[in-house]
Design a binder for this molecule. Structure first.
Ligand SMILES: O=C(O)CCC(=O)C(=O)O
Length: 307
């Protein structure tokens, strides 16, 4: 297992769709600091990586709660703190309403302390230079070995409110380089033709089109001379990016069989309109399915890809 928190990405093999990514196509995400102008950094490089922003103890408390819940449905072996998958599941039997099970975890106080807590609120206030609000809906993810998130921009999934919207991707615990770290395609937000492919698309209204990019990530990066930027993450780190940045995760190739936990959230100025699907005490999310719309709401043994 590579060292989580190590800035270097050299010497590590990365895989997408089972294919090895050439090492000269990989680069390291550069951290910023709160003394930087966060909006300028976001505009310039398409992302802001803030190391150790959130209290790591709070992150680990949320992590342990989620791992214990996955252990209670037989998906994580004992001791659950090691985050190793069992490759079996009792989830659907014990919790026939899978969305409700995932909603319970997503709304826990321990997780909300991390993803909507004072540190991230302060960073978002600084970034937007305004009072800020998060979407109430959060995208809690458990990425099992062999799985990955597909290549996409966030815009077609959440564009019924303001354009002044950012994603905050938060690792829930250490994420080593072989444990499906998120990657960003460097400079992809500056490529007008890539943006034009999904600009204005609303995946819930236009079912004939996928929000994801069907391209093979290595082919796209080669054709457009784009690098994959990633890093190993530590508890407390936050990766912020805009709606038109191409991103995905590498395959979880953990030989130890460790699951990757993370949560992505969205923030915007409070004065701007919010996408109604993701606000309120019981957000309808995609197709009114609530938390049941997420791949992570399915058992870890399930291979279907939702959101
Ligand atoms: O965590 C992942 O694998 C995907 C996250 C993502 O797509 C996002 O934060 O927008």
């Amino acid at each position: 297992m590579a060292d989580a928190g190590d800035k270097s990405v050299s010497g590590q093999s990365f895989y997408t769709g089972g294919k090895s990514v050439p090492s000269d196509m990989i680069g390291a995400l550069e951290p910023a600091g709160l003394s930087d102008n966060l909006q300028h950094t976001l505009d310039r490089q398409g992302y802001v990586l803030l190391r150790n922003l959130i209290d790591p103890d709070a992150v680990m408390i949320a992590r342990e709660e989620i791992l214990a819940a996955l252990g209670s449905v037989g998906e994580i072996t004992e001791p659950t703190a090691a985050a190793v998958v069992s490759r079996t599941s009792q989830r659907a039997k014990l919790h026939p309403d899978l969305g409700s099970f995932w909603r319970g975890l997503s709304e826990s106080g321990a997780l909300r302390r991390v993803v909507h807590g004072p540190e991230i609120r302060a960073a978002m206030t600084q970034l937007f230079d305004a009072e800020v609000s998060p979407f109430d809906f959060v995208w809690l993810r458990a990425m099992a070995p062999g799985r990955a998130s597909p290549l996409h921009m966030d815009h077609p999934y959440m564009n019924r409110g303001t354009d002044r919207l950012v994603t905050c991707w938060i690792p829930l615990g250490p994420v080593a380089l072989d444990e499906a770290p998120l990657y960003i395609m460097e400079g992809s937000d500056k490529k007008g033709d890539l943006r034009a492919r999904v600009a204005g698309l609303d995946v819930d209204r236009d079912k004939s089109r996928s929000g994801h990019f069907a391209d093979d990530p290595i082919d796209l990066a080669t054709d457009r001379d784009l690098r994959f930027l990633t890093t190993a993450f530590k508890p407390g780190d936050v990766l912020i990016f805009g709606m038109f940045v191409i991103h995905a995760s590498f395959d979880n190739s953990s030989q130890a069989g460790r699951v990757r936990l993370s949560c992505d959230t969205r923030w915007q100025p409070s004065s701007e309109p919010m996408d109604e699907r993701f606000r309120g005490p019981d957000p309808p999310a995609h197709d009114g399915k609530g938390y049941g719309c997420l791949s992570a709401a399915r058992p870890l043994t399930d291979r279907s890809a939702l959101r």
